[in-house]
Write a protein that binds this ligand. Sequence first.
Ligand SMILES: CC(C)(COP(=O)(O)OP(=O)(O)OC[C@H]1O[C@@H](n2cnc3c(N)ncnc32)[C@H](O)[C@@H]1OP(=O)(O)O)[C@@H](O)C(=O)NCCC(=O)NCCS
Length: 224
Amino acid sequence: MPLAKPTALPEDVDRTTFTCGDDALDVWLRHHALDHQQDRTTNTFVIIDRPPGRRAGMGDLDTEGLGAEGLGAEGLGAGGLEIEGLEIDPAGADAARSGTVDSAGAGAGGADGGRIAGYYCLATAAVERIPGTRRRSRRPTEPVPAMFVGRLAVDLRYTGRGVGARLVRDAVMRSLTVHRMVGLPLLLAHTPHAAGAAFYHHLGFRPTRFDPYLHALPLRAAAG
Ligand SMILES: CC(C)(COP(=O)(O)OP(=O)(O)OC[C@H]1O[C@@H](n2cnc3c(N)ncnc32)[C@H](O)[C@@H]1OP(=O)(O)O)[C@@H](O)C(=O)NCCC(=O)NCCS
């Protein structure tokens, strides 16, 4: 049975059993995600494995039609984004892929609202340009606005099934909507783990020069 599309974190879903192997990520989902969402500081999106016959709630957001099919390196020029000092490698911006997520064997359980297979949180951010890396640049030195995936995790019962990639793809899709509206150029992802960094790099993100824990995907490239 395919898992649901990522939706805004509903109040009725069980957050207490989520276990991804990183306590900090588990605790954040269990105890802080909903507060942040209600405060409108950070939105959390989840893939829920619901019991058969249980429909998505009213708060669920359908990401269909946001036009993220075909995310890839097309459109990413040899020079990449012209953002002074960011030094993002334009090669391999083969961002999140689509694909069916199969929950067979995972067993939907938890509370009536279903079980969270994976989550990520999305916010906005701004990064300082590093001056002096572009000769004769007349660009202003204001911070660069970005979308920001602060946390992303998949429950151990669901790893290796495409849930993580689906979450990243959803973050890209939502970020592209903002990108098309206001031109915001970057999607940033934060992870302190080498494995997390490898995961993001596998999906097309590149290291940033300004923070070893931050990885960036140029949205112009993802838009194709
Ligand atoms: C890293 C994590 C999110 C991966 O989730 P997942 O659902 O198992 O990943 P997927 O099944 O969607 O994998 C998608 C692709 O990424 C690859 N991948 C998965 N984890 C990877 C890793 N650590 N390094 C490199 N590639 C990885 C998969 O092989 C797959 O590649 P393919 O499409 O070419 O076959 C998950 O293991 C996790 O939650 N880890 C703990 C928390 C964490 O590190 N979060 C990262 C940011 S804070």
